[in-house]
Design a protein. Sequence first.
Length: 148
Amino acid sequence: MMKDFECTQELYAREVLREKGLKSTTQRLAVVHVLHTSGKSLSVGEIHDGVKEMLGAAGLATIYRTLEMFEDLGIVKRLHFPDGGHGYAFSQGEHVHHMVCVDCREVFDFPECPVESFDYASVERQGFRVKDHFIQLFGQCGKCAEAA
C-alpha cells in the first residue's frame, strides 16, 4: 500500500485534477510520486515498475492513460530522445524548456525561454498561427561529463 506523501507536485496534481472534475486516485498520485522522486525522465515501463513497487499492482494501460491525461493537463511533459524514444518528467504547467542528459537522463530546466524574442509577426504574415513550442537540448550533464 502506498504511504501518504505530501509534496508540492502532489498538491499541484490534486488541484489540477480537482479543477477538471477528476479524481485523485491512488494510481494517479503514485505516478506523480514516482516521477517526483526519480529526479529524471522515466520511460513508461520505468513508471509502471515504480507504481507496481508502490502499490503491488498496476495495469500498463492505466499508466499510459494516466500519462496521456497528465500531459494534456500540463502535469507531465513528454520528452523526446535522439534515439527516437521518449520519457516523461513532472511539470507544473509552467512554460519551461529542458536540457536532458543522454547518459543519466536527468532533466534540467532552461533558466528562461530563448524564443521569447522570436519575431512571431514574420510567420503570422504567412498565415501561420503559432500555438505552442518546446525546445529540448541533449548532451551530458556536468556529473556525467566528469565521469567520462
